[in-house]
Design a binder for this molecule. Structure first.
Ligand SMILES: NC(=O)c1ccc[n+]([C@@H]2O[C@H](COP(=O)([O-])OP(=O)(O)OC[C@H]3O[C@@H](n4cnc5c(N)ncnc54)[C@H](OP(=O)(O)O)[C@@H]3O)[C@@H](O)[C@H]2O)c1
Length: 295
């Protein structure tokens, strides 16, 4: 079934990889925040109306994938009001507009909604307990979407990197070029995820949702498979750059304090994704290899 997809947050790293999936059967409209501000109610209503009209004209099925977010985790500690507006109020309005136009909505969320003190991968049904302002606003966004009456799904992911934007992989590549050695925290574990892989997964879910065959489970976890510490991830980046990974030294979170607390353990279980019949995500190290091969 041909799709027409609205991607708020189209200029972000995930948004750009979603836009790159446009094809003859997938029409993607991916406005940046200057064109579609999710905190501007009128703009949101107009964008969803335009999507529904475009779909009616072309015979394609409409769907929204929300990639817009306030993602400055540390800045959110002192700017929670703004983060809440983007991460919770905006999605609430977007979901209400989708509900009234009967447009399915896929909303992207984060591992930061969990407390991060687990020792086994988090399942969607595990108790939330965000420890940061960013995590609290994202948890509120999930509630707003799920309670909106829209045909909606929340997809939690983590540790994103992509070709555009600032991210850990790019930071490590630039530090490799400028430093002999560096220290990276080794006591935080997560699942690095290439935005191109996540985008493909979200589009698969969107196709199902648009066909009226979305999974019964409305909160799903989607990351590249496996887990690693930031230090291990940095060493893998160095290896791909042809640099000696032993130049990356492990340190503790206590040695590298940040304004916002980070979850020590934020691995998300793939079970919900696989049980929903969606294509399993490849291991994080294979995805990283593919990312560098595509550079
Ligand atoms: N990055 C990660 O490691 C990570 C981990 C877990 C989950 N996530 C989630 O994954 C999703 C995508 O993240 P990402 O890494 O692609 O983030 P990103 O690169 O920071 O992109 C977010 C986009 O949202 C836009 N935005 C900000 N305020 C907006 C507003 N008021 N209206 C419309 N758009 C607005 C930004 O536009 P401007 O640049 O113009 O402000 C930016 O293009 C988000 O839901 C995020 O919470 C990310």
């Amino acid at each position: 079934m041909p799709l027409t997809v609205l991607v708020p947050g189209g200029s972000g790293q995930l948004g750009r990889d979603l836009a790159a999936l446009a094809s003859p059967s997938v029409d993607v409209v991916a406005p940046g925040s200057a064109e579609l501000d999710v905190t501007a109610t009128g703009q949101v209503l107009a964008a969803v109306r335009a999507l529904a009209e475009r779909a009616a004209e072309t015979g394609a099925a409409p769907v929204v994938i929300n990639a817009a977010a306030y993602t400055a985790v540390d800045a959110a500690e002192t700017d929670e009001e703004r983060a809440f507006a983007v991460n919770a109020d905006g999605p609430r309005v977007l979901a209400a507009a989708c509900a009234s136009r009967r447009v399915p909505l896929i909303h992207v969320s984060t591992d930061y909604v969990f407390p991060g003190d687990a020792s086994a991968p988090y399942e969607p049904s595990d108790k939330l307990g965000p420890r940061s302002a960013y995590g609290r606003t994202k948890a509120a966004g999930e509630d707003a979407v799920l309670g909106s009456g829209a045909s909606s799904w929340v997809v939690r992911t983590g540790w994103l990197y992509g070709r555009s934007g600032t991210n850990f992989v790019k930071t490590m590549a630039s530090l490799e070029a400028s430093r002999d050695t560096l220290s990276v925290v080794d006591d935080q574990v997560g699942g690095p995820t290439w935005t191109a892989d996540l985008a493909a997964g979200l589009l698969e879910l969107a196709s199902r949702a648009a066909a009226g065959e979305g999974p019964a489970q409305r909160v799903l976890h989607c990351t590249n498979a496996g887990a690693v510490s930031w230090c291990g991830f940095a060493r893998a980046v160095f290896s791909h750059l042809g640099a000696d990974p032993s130049r990356v030294h492990p340190c503790t979170t206590a040695e590298y304090p940040r304004p916002a607390p980070r979850p020590a353990y934020s691995v998300l279980s793939p079970a919900s994704w696989v049980e929903a019949g969606l294509t399993p995500m490849r291991p994080w190290d294979e995805a990283l290899e593919a990312y560098f091969a595509a550079e």
